[in-house]
Design a protein. Structure first.
Length: 338
């Protein structure tokens, strides 16, 4: 089969389409014929040699995939059959013609949805769902500040906050991105490049601040995050785009608000033995039951994945360059050749 590959860490020019061995499904695994995958910042980091796959995971790029069931390993329970349309979050291996997935981590593709659209769901939407419900315990009426609001996770989080009857507030770096987040349901949005988002958030919330912050930025935002975090607020860090080194009295200021910091990395769970896998399976089951029905027509409020652009697998280097330019609104999807 063909797969996205690189022989040594470096720039996008190191990527190419390589012929590799097709995987065989093991005990309780399903073989999926991949029609589309999607690009994530973790793929860029892995290509640079800064984010190796978890132990036991494929070293092929791709943290999500959508396609059809092509084979069943021994011990499968019978919940899936050959030809079923499925999508999955993966620890790796999604940007290839075939991938194996534990049957408990597969989700059905919603009706009336293409493989391209479905490929934009697993990583972003499961991440946002986990951060909001499993980590943040979001409650009706709470205010949630979402950094990188026009990213895949950001656009998913806006809609899931609305589904939870809470209030999404976002930051983004361009007016175009802020307009896209407003169209997705953001109650307010602020350009972090030319205004102090913490002051604007406090103004919008009439001085009370936000109850939850979803933060993939890290160091550069820490002071402003604490400025606009409410008493007993939850600051959830799931990425460090600006680095992780903080200079200042973070702990004293955190303590003064009785606030808490939570961290989360979804990728490492999928291949962890027992506890990690069970937690991932529980997340997939909860998302399938509580959120997935809202992607189908006639199930208000409607949830919609946002696809920014589509690249064929042989143009994987161009897709990486596009994400590095940070201009995408929503997901960059990789179409896999038949």
């Amino acid at each position: 089969m063909f797969a996205a590959y690189f022989d040594c860490p470096g720039g996008p020019e190191n990527l190419y389409m390589k012929e590799v061995m097709k995987p065989d499904p093991g005990e309780g695994e399903v073989l999926v014929k991949v029609s589309a995958s999607a690009l994530n910042r973790a793929d860029l980091l892995q290509r640079r040699g800064k984010y190796p796959p978890p132990k036991g995971a494929s070293d092929i790029l791709g943290l999500e995939a959508a396609g059809s069931v092509a084979g069943l390993g021994p011990g499968c329970s019978g919940r899936w059959k050959i030809g079923d349309g499925v999508m999955a979050l993966l620890p790796g291996g999604g940007q290839a013609q075939f991938v194996t997935v534990p049957e408990g981590l597969l989700m059905p593709i919603p009706k009336d949805m293409t493989f391209i659209q479905a490929a934009a769901i697993p990583e972003a939407w499961l991440t946002a769902f986990q951060l909001l419900h499993f980590v943040g315990k979001v409650q009706e009426g709470e205010r949630v500040l979402i950094h990188a609001g026009a990213s895949g996770v950001g656009m998913a989080a806006i809609q899931l906050v609305r589904l939870a009857k809470a209030i999404p507030i976002v930051t983004a770096g361009t007016q175009e991105k802020l307009e896209a987040t407003a169209n997705a349901g953001a109650a307010a949005g602020f350009n972090y490049k030319n205004e102090d988002f913490s002051e604007k958030v406090l103004e919008f919330t009439q001085g009370s601040g936000v109850d939850i912050i979803l933060d993939c930025v890290g160091a550069s935002h820490w002071e402003k995050n604490l400025n606009c975090l409410s008493t007993d607020g939850r600051w959830i860090i799931y990425g460090l785009l600006s680095g992780g080194e903080v200079h200042g009295d973070l702990l004293a200021r955190l303590l003064s608000k009785r606030a808490s910091i939570h961290t989360s990395l979804l990728r490492s769970r999928a291949k962890e033995a027992s506890t990690g896998y069970k937690q991932c399976e529980r997340l997939v089951r909860a998302f399938t039951e509580e959120a997935l029905p809202h992607f189908s027509r006639g199930a208000p409020p409607r949830l919609q994945p946002l696809v920014d652009s589509v690249y064929p697998l042989h143009a994987i280097a161009e897709a990486h360059r596009a994400m590095e330019e940070n201009k995408n609104i929503g997901k960059i999807v990789i179409e896999i050749p038949v």
